[in-house]
Design a protein around this ligand. Structure first.
Ligand SMILES: [Zn+2]
Length: 463
């Protein structure tokens, strides 16, 4: 073998470096920072070093540490794990798809769970986000909403993001096909029958896929909820909290089995209008406590920002103008008009369901139900990234501590995907997704908006 002189010198230099006591500098150190995560609590005066997509040091700022290549002064600042939005739709609105990844990162959202989109549209988006070196949040996706014989999001009155599971066989085949296509979990929707629900659950379990679900209208929350890993939007829980829940259930079943149904969307809407508010009016605390007690093993992703809109409109948020300025050109007019119309409209709004949502999440939290943070962005004018911080504020409003709100956007989503060993806290060996804040989020959860630096997969994100 012939080695030229230049290469030889380089090899000798490398060997010399390896033989000295001093390790070569590596990684980026965030120095003298207060580290906050939901498992380790608060650790003051720490130095955190990450190299590539891995945290390699978390130690007291006074300790002697191997030299780092780059330094970020963390003194007076607060370091939290990268945040998750557990409920997003990357392909719901084409005007947003392209810009969503950067918007998430700008607001410290370093991971997202896409809870519904057709594979042919969603997979190219996911593939692009997963190209090594691309600056984008980590993304986990379910593919289509797995609906029943009737499909709510069938592409007619609503965008097409649902698919039909009319029979147990279809359900089993569809889950197998989704697994083969590479989905990370499945999403069960509202119109499935009891048999199809059971088939979807057992197929997902057989394939090792976590399950997110709306409570199907053919079931009650305490029956369906314990079989899934997360429940979205508190959907249809009120129907199991009413003193006349059994009668409501019978009424729903007979409507679901009627043969004069026009569409999945119309059927669902008619059942919600028929039963939702009456059920809340018939609220039975004892019954509801039994329902809640059945759900302590299921993460609730209440999307409170969405549910409380009539009561706490996003348009009235002090930072809403900042949000509006970031809406893609194509959509900005529409959002501005909606904002103006809302603010000009002085008619009283029905806030029953919004108040119900706030009180239910508070009680669930008190009774030990795990809560996850998600927004449904970009649906209902939820700005990607921005809206997650509003969701954290709502969670604190209903009784979570700021610490627990952080947990809902870090540890809970990691648990959903059994990724606790890789994500959710700031520990050696974990992935390098970090948010450096200028103010303490434990003093006020709104301080999660005071972002100095975002680190995604070990790279500093330009904001
Ligand atoms: Zn959704």
């Amino acid at each position: 073998m012939h080695i030229n002189k230049g290469v030889l010198i380089a090899i000798v230099l490398a060997l010399t470096a390896a033989c000295t006591d001093e390790a070569p500098p590596r990684g980026t150190a965030i120095t003298d920072v207060t580290v906050i995560d939901a498992i380790n609590g608060v650790r003051e005066h720490q130095t955190v070093v990450f190299d590539g997509d891995e945290i390699i040091v978390v130690a007291s700022a006074e300790s002697v540490l191997p030299p780092a290549l780059h330094h970020i002064d963390g003194s007076g600042k607060f370091l939290i794990p990268g945040l998750w939005d557990m409920h997003v739709h990357l392909t719901y609105d084409d005007a947003f798809t392209e810009s969503m990844p950067a918007m998430f990162l700008a607001y410290g959202i370093t991971s997202v769970r896409d809870t519904g989109g057709l594979l042919y549209k969603l997979q190219p988006v996911v593939e692009k986000m997963r190209v090594p070196g691309v600056v984008a949040p980590r993304v986990y996706y379910s593919g289509p909403l797995l609906d029943g014989n009737f499909v709510v999001y069938d592409g007619k009155s609503r965008p097409e993001i649902g698919t039909q599971n009319a029979t147990v066989e279809m359900a089993t085949e569809n889950v197998a096909a989704l697994k083969a296509a590479g989905v990370d979990f499945i999403k069960i929707y509202e119109m499935v029958s009891q048999d199809v629900f059971a088939a979807l659950v057992s197929a997902a379990q057989a394939h090792g896929l976590p399950i997110a679900a709306h409570i199907p209208l053919s079931m009650i929350a305490s029956q369906a909820g314990p079989n899934v890993d997360s429940m979205e939007h508190l959907r249809n829980i009120e129907l199991d909290c009413a003193s006349n829940a059994p009668a409501l259930f019978e009424e729903r079943l007979s409507r679901l089995n009627a043969d004069d149904v026009e569409s999945g969307y119309a059927l669902r809407s008619s059942l919600h209008s028929l039963q939702r508010i009456p059920a809340i009016m018939q609220y039975d605390e004892e019954r509801c406590n039994r329902t809640i007690a059945s759900l302590t093993g299921t993460i609730q992703v209440p999307t409170l920002r969405l549910l409380t809109f009539p009561l706490r409109s996003a348009y009235d948020h002090p930072d809403w103008n900042e949000a509006l300025a970031q809406v893609p050109e194509l959509k900005r007019d529409e959002w501005e008009v909606a904002t103006a119309q809302w603010q000009e409209n002085s008619e009283p709004r029905d806030t029953t369901y919004a108040e119900w949502g706030l009180s239910l999440v508070g009680r669930m939290h008190e009774q030990g139900v795990p809560i996850g943070a998600g927004t449904d962005t970009p649906i209902a004018h939820a700005l990607p990234g921005f809206s997650l911080h509003t969701e954290l504020e709502r969670l604190v409003e209903v009784g979570l501590t700021p610490f627990e709100a952080l947990e809902s956007a870090t540890v809970r989503p990691a648990e959903f995907f059994s990724l606790q060993d890789e994500m959710g806290t700031i520990d050696v060996g974990k992935r390098a997704d970090l948010v450096l804040l200028n103010a303490n989020p434990l003093d006020n959860i709104s301080n999660t908006r005071e972002i100095a630096v975002v680190v995604s997969k070990g790279r500093l994100v330009a904001r």
